[in-house]
Design a protein around this ligand. Structure first.
Ligand code: BGC
Length: 760
């Protein structure tokens, strides 16, 4: 048995054991293996009778062999208790898999995924998710429902915070980095998790940015924009995929055989297991797609949904009926069971189903994890404005600092959404970080200035402790605003932390506007009017309407939801102990009416008027994709292509010299963009096709190389219904954002017909 558990990549022992188990299982036992239950235990803020009842139902199901996996349990003692119930409850002693949304940390919370994307630092992301995996595995979690690799081009959609933004190339690079961090080199590696990229596919294109609403994607968008991050996550070895909730071109992904079999398994070559999103199999009925739960179960299994994630009354409980009635074959059920058993065996669960609670405690307390969180947060921040070099602040020159705003001292908001097992006591807010950095040398005053706002409609996440901000008692709005402004007047500098409370973003947290919620803009305007220099720190997971700030506030630093060590990381940045080097992973719209605004649009008609598509406002973004300033400056020179004629199918090397032209060390993200001048389709004006984050000392230079080949030059063509490479001329640009000016060109040479690529 131990040979099966060895993560050696050889499956022969596993396959034999799978067949042995399968041959002795009843259909009901098979359905049990394919069923995953939420288990909320004592997670609710308030004891909820329905949660108690649900837990009781799950324990009953465990005791009768009707459960193959669980989610939402992260207390190691609970994991052990429930695992024991599972093993004792099924005839064959098959252990349960425990899954959880380890999205940006378990106990140590890292910056939210959109922030990690803004770091453009693949090693940093891999390192952070490696720590997340280590903590999660120590408490008994085997599998994470992450990364979310959905491209998001509409920031009204709250889940933009969970992904890597608008761009397929950046998204693909990030997807692989997350998977490497979570899962390690081989499935079953110690201290690692099964990675489950989600939500397959197109969820980010929800109409109007309204979470769960349908998505209608053209073929071209599907293959060229929404699929590349999934392909990349799978190439990095991800062993699981989660389906998506909404209808995709009229068909719910969870029952979509074309999507899950033809695309996922046949074209992308996926051999792992598929889980439905929560209740998504049952919901095939509410979509108006399946006739009833039996039909839903049959269609999901037929499409290859190996595991049904359910809160209660799973559709897969009807599988016996579905097989008996001929709606789905036993072979289809067996195929799902094989995949789930194989994962359990490859993870070594049969040998070691339980966790060591003491080891879990010491792993969660590891101070090295907090250090990784601090560095990741430093690397994620994006400097959007720095007029007159206000930042970094000189700590020695400051007598008094006002740290203002409702998010300046909110521990829960500093962590962001999709965090459950955090420790608020060890979470460092901006106020605490500034105080710790300045010590006794300066006075630091704080006022929130404005109260939290409440959602018009609550979300499911409000059931978790501390999720929604509590309204302060006796909060006199006018007096508090005045107090904040007075503190600004009497200080050398005002650091104002504004943005969205974390419960205003994430799942079920879409919005129809992008303004700073509540009276935050009014606070900012009043503080700026005092004449005290203002540093605006934006705490967010989506672009907000910063038109006024971008003109009137000298320094703007996007700190996102920076995580457990956020306050220390922010203090490192604003006082110059670290330098901001992040870049935007999306085009920052001026106003909500511009959405979607994407840098990689096509030329279309009248391209010279691209910036003037509206008569009332420029149609360009407020800040372009890839943008971010530094405390130093960078220059580019010596752009060289190793050839100007590229035989189709070969690759060329682009090199460019980047120099730190300022007087401080700093990081630059060197970016390469490509445009195809003509061909068998009109291609975007620019598309990211390479990037590298480099650190350069003052005055230092470095040559950065990029390779352009089939993967970068090919694209999916709606007329050919395949990936093609055109005979054409390409322009490239290299620089520090998507408006980079330094350019060169080359042509592809070879046969005339469009060059179809294999493996669509
Ligand atoms: C979300 C998934 C998540 C699942 C389990 C669903 O509502 O869409 O992303 O993994 O819940 O928490």
């Amino acid at each position: 048995m131990s040979t099966i558990a060895t993560p050696d990549g050889h499956n022969t022992g596993t396959a034999a054991r799978v067949e042995e188990l399968l041959s002795s299982m009843s259909l009901a036992e098979k359905a049990g293996q394919l069923t995953q239950y939420f288990y909320f235990g004592n997670r609710s803020a308030e004891p909820e009778p329905w949660a108690d009842e649900q837990s009781r139902q799950v324990e009953d199901a465990l005791g009768h062999g009707r459960v193959g996996s669980m989610l939402f349990v992260s207390d190691p003692a609970e994991v052990n208790r429930l695992q024991r119930l599972t093993i004792e409850g099924n005839r064959l002693g098959i252990p349960a898999l425990f899954g959880f949304d380890v999205v940006h940390g378990l106990r140590t919370i890292f910056p939210v995924p959109i922030a990690m994307a803004a770091s453009w630092d693949l090693e940093a992301v891999e390192r952070a998710q490696g720590v997340a995996a280590r903590e999660a595995r120590a408490v008994g979690i085997h599998w994470t429902f992450a990364p979310m690799v959905d491209i998001a081009r509409d920031p009204r959609w709250g889940r933009i915070v969970e992904g890597a933004g608008e761009d397929p190339y950046l998204g693909a690079a990030l997807a692989a980095a997350h998977v490497r961090g979570f899962q390690g080199g081989v499935l079953g590696a110690p201290e690692r998790l099964v990675a489950g990229p989600k939500h397959f596919a197109g969820y980010g294109a929800a109409l109007g940015g309204r979470d769960y609403d349908e998505a209608d994607l053209s073929d071209s968008e599907f293959w060229n924009v929404y699929l590349p991050p999934f392909r990349s996550a799978l190439e990095a070895g991800a062993a699981n995929i989660m389906t998506a909730y909404m209808d995709l071109n009229g068909i719910p992904p969870t029952g979509n055989r074309w999507l899950l079999v033809e695309v996922l398994r046949e074209k992308l070559g996926f051999e792992g297991f598929v889980v439905s999103d929560a209740n998504a199999v049952r919901n095939l009925v509410t979509h108006g797609f399946a006739a009833d739960l039996t039909d839903a179960a049959a269609r999901a299994v037929d499409a290859g949904v190996d595991v049904e994630m359910a809160i209660s009354d799973p559709a897969y409980a009807h599988l016996e009926e579905a097989v008996a009635g001929g709606a789905v074959s036993l072979e289809a059920v067996d195929a799902c069971v094989r995949r789930i058993l194989a994962v359990k065996l490859r993870l070594g669960l049969f040998d070691q189903p339980y966790v060591d609670e003491e080891h879990a405690r010491s792993t969660l307390a590891d101070p090295a994890h907090r250090e990784v969180a601090r560095v990741t947060a430093q690397r994620s921040a994006v400097l959007l404005r720095n007029e007159g070099g206000l930042l970094p602040l000189d700590p020695d020159g400051l007598r008094s600092v006002a740290v203002l705003g409702p998010l300046a001292d909110s521990k829960r908001d500093t962590l962001g959404p999709w965090a459950f097992d955090f420790d608020l006591a060890e979470t460092v807010t901006v106020l605490e970080g500034v105080r710790a950095r300045l010590g006794e040398s300066s006075e630091v005053h704080h006022a929130p200035g404005v109260r939290p706002i409440s959602r018009l409609f609550p979300s499911i996440f409000d059931q978790f402790p501390a999720n929604a901000p509590t309204q302060p008692d006796n909060f006199d709005d006018e007096a508090e605003l005045t107090r904040a402004v007075d503190l600004a007047s009497g200080s050398d500098v005002a650091v104002v932390v504004l943005g969205e409370w974390q419960n205003l973003i994430g799942e079920q947290a879409s919005r129809s506007t992008l303004g700073l919620p509540g009276r935050q803009l009014e606070l900012l305007q009043a503080v700026v009017a005092t004449g005290t220099p203002v540093v605006l720190l934006v705490m967010n997971g989506r672009p907000l309407d910063l038109r006024w700030a971008a003109e009137h506030v000298p320094a703007i630093l996007d700190i996102w939801y920076p995580g457990t060590q956020g306050g220390h990381a922010v203090a490192d940045l604003i006082f110059g102990d670290a330098s901001p080097g992040g870049k935007l992973p999306f085009s920052w719209p001026r106003s909500v009416g511009q959405i979607p605004v994407v840098y990689s649009h096509t030329m279309s008609h009248d391209p010279e008027k691209q910036a003037e598509r509206y008569w009332d406002e420029p149609s360009t973004p407020l800040f372009p994709f890839g943008f971010g300033l530094s405390y130093t400056s960078f220059g580019y020179s010596d752009l060289v292509l190793d050839r100007n004629e590229l035989p189709i199918g070969e690759s060329l090397t682009v090199s460019v010299k980047v120099t730190n032209t300022g007087d401080r060390p700093g990081d630059e993200v060197v970016q390469l963009y490509l445009h195809q001048r003509y061909g068998t389709a009109s291609r975007p004006v620019r598309e990211l096709k390479g990037f590298r984050r480099v650190h350069l000392g003052a005055g230092a230079s470095r040559t950065v190389d990029f390779t352009l080949g089939r993967a970068e030059l090919g694209y999916w063509n709606a007329a050919a219904h395949d990936h093609v490479l055109d005979l054409t001329t390409f322009d490239i640009w290299v620089g520090g954002d998507s408006t980079a000016g330094m350019s060169a060109s080359f042509s592809t040479v070879g046969e005339r017909a469009p060059q179809k690529m294999t493996n669509g």
